[in-house]
Write a protein that binds this ligand. Structure first.
Ligand SMILES: *[C@@H]1O[C@H](CO)[C@@H](O)[C@H](O)[C@H]1NC(C)=O
Ligand SMILES: *[C@@H]1O[C@H](CO)[C@@H](O)[C@H](O)[C@H]1NC(C)=O
Ligand SMILES: *[C@@H]1O[C@H](CO)[C@@H](O)[C@H](O)[C@H]1NC(C)=O
Length: 493
């Protein structure tokens, strides 16, 4: 008797982080159960057959840098997307798994309460699968003692900040976190910008009556990122434990990372579409418009900076490409970008503009459409590597028979999709703008599957996934290279 599958995908070009091949894929009970040469599945029964017509069949996107439903960090601004709207936007752009932040505040002593509260926010509301990074605002003795439990609960990564008054850790606290993270096989993500340099620059600019959005860029000089990146690498090397530098934007920071990697250190790096597509000019728009692109680090000087970041992606310096989806509404003076506009400051005050841009839905399409990365590299940095680094592999990020969840994007065959200009109204987040308005969309997922269920069908209704189908995914430890020396860290004497 012939096997019956739930879904078969025929005539596609399967692309993973290691191969591009004409393969047919069969799905049953949420998993990828069979992968065979095109045509070799033969005469099987399937509840649904998808003819990919020569389009790419890729693992669903894994976005490992997403802010949803977070408490205010910049004066009055608070995130526009909750778990429902954020995860909806994710799957409509082909991201089937997102790793969001569970933020502990400085005033709190425990991480486990933060984790519990964040679970409550996400439960039964997500369209995409999800997991959390714990954002450590206060590495107290109690918080450090909870790392072990966190990992046992499937949270194998943390994030710390070297800037922002509300979150900044000093170097001794960073060492505390790295040491305990090393003990527990936890990967630490670092926001590497020198907070004191930024505060000093902000004061200098304000003293000169420079308040407009464009000065946000000046207040975050490249040097502040380059210095902090090198410092983070040094602290990580001292403790011999892996870190990932998040949202790298400068060629000089990239060069430090590359040198550390060449020396065999477990230093990983992330960049984001903002640093591939936006520059300083996007901050310098008439009136307050530039606030739309205020994020940290800021978009840098010129196209040459963007080119260097593309090169770093292509040559493997960057491990992953994430969105850093950090949504604030533009035209909103109670929770959005315009909270910093007052009678006294009609063009706002850059230091109070909530930092962040939305982008969870556009990450994959913009990066693939540009055709600057090989197909396998694209899958590596947008799906496979985030899964490997954060302990989701091979369940997520791959197309592996018997192992991977059936999370799949089927793209248009090259040239088949009618190109169009991106408009915010096409997106599914709860934000009133996209920093990528007007860019040419050359590719978009035609179909997206999450655990064997069709959740996006671009030409037949678009979103067809359901709220609550997304599940929490318990993560294991990283499968990328860890400390160079095994065993307990020893004080160098
Ligand atoms: C951490 O990883 C190392 C090496 O992979 C392993 O030997 C050790 O048991 C792990 N420790 C914990 C606490 O999981
Ligand atoms: C990779 O790209 C980065 C960023 O442009 C650059 O610093 C580095 O030298 C490049 N490495 C190689 C081996 O080309
Ligand atoms: C906020 O925006 C609303 C609607 O545009 C406007 O009526 C109100 O005056 C604004 N409030 C402030 C404090 O600017």
């Amino acid at each position: 008797m012939a096997t019956t599958y739930d879904i078969i995908i025929l005539n596609g070009i399967v692309v993973t982080d290691t191969e591009v091949a004409e393969l047919d894929v069969a799905i049953k009970d949420e998993k990828i159960v069979k992968i065979l040469k095109r045509g070799a599945l033969g005469d099987v029964k399937a509840t649904k057959t998808i003819d990919a017509e020569g389009g790419y069949v890729m693992p669903g996107g894994v976005d490992a840098h997403v802010h949803l439903d977070e408490p205010p960090l910049f004066g009055k601004g608070s995130t526009a997307d909750n778990y429902e709207s954020g995860s909806r936007s994710a799957i409509c752009g082909g991201t089937t798994t997102m790793v969001t932040f569970a933020p502990q505040r400085k005033s709190e002593d425990t991480l486990l309460d933060t984790l519990r509260d964040t679970h409550a926010k996400a439960k039964d509301t997500c369209y995409a699968d999800y997991s959390f990074h714990l954002l450590v605002g206060n590495p107290s003795a109690n918080a450090l003692s909870e790392f072990k439990t966190l990992r046992e609960e499937g949270v194998s990564s943390l994030k710390i900040y070297m800037t922002y008054e509300a979150l900044q850790l000093h170097d001794g606290q960073i060492l505390d976190v790295l040491l305990e993270a090393r003990r527990q096989n936890i990967t630490t993500m670092v926001h590497a910008e020198n907070g004191q340099v930024i505060d000093w620059m902000t004061a200098q600019l304000e003293k000169r009556n420079m308040f407009e959005p464009k000065y946000h860029g000046s207040s975050h000089p490249a040097m502040a990122e380059t210095e902090a990146t090198y410092r983070a690498i040094s602290l990580s090397e001292f403790i011999d434990t892996p870190i990932l530098i998040v949202h790298v934007s400068t060629p000089a920071a990239t060069a430090h990372i590359k040198q550390a990697q060449d020396r065999g250190l477990p230093i990983y790096a992330e960049t984001c579409p903002q640093y591939l597509f936006l520059t300083k000019n996007d901050l310098d728009k008439p009136g307050f418009e530039g606030a739309k692109c205020v994020c940290s680090p800021p978009p840098r000087e010129s196209e040459a900076d963007c080119d260097a970041i593309w090169d770093g992606l292509a040559n493997g310096t960057f491990t992953i490409l994430s969105s850093d989806h950090c949504p604030f509404r533009y035209n909103d003076n109670t929770t959005g970008k315009k909270t910093c506009i007052t009678d006294e400051y009609p063009v706002g005050r850059f230091k109070y503009i909530p930092n962040g841009c939305p982008g969870i839905e556009t990450r994959l399409s913009l990066a693939l459409g540009e055709e600057r990365l090989s197909l396998t590299k694209f899958v590596e940095v947008t799906s496979a590597n985030p899964a490997k680094l954060y302990g989701l592999w091979p369940r997520k990020g791959g197309i592996i028979e018997g192992e991977s969840d059936a999370d799949i994007n089927i793209w248009y065959p090259p040239g088949k999709m009618q190109q169009y200009q991106l408009k915010n109204e096409m997106l599914h987040h709860d934000v009133d703008y996209t920093p990528f308005e007007g860019r040419t969309v050359k590719q978009w997922p035609r179909w997206t599957l999450l655990r064997g269920k069709l959740v996006w069908d671009k030409e037949n209704g678009g979103l067809i996934g359901e709220k609550g189908y997304g599940q929490f995914v318990k993560r294991g430890v990283s499968s990328l290279k860890g400390p160079r020396v095994k065993g307990e860290w020893q004080i160098p004497l």
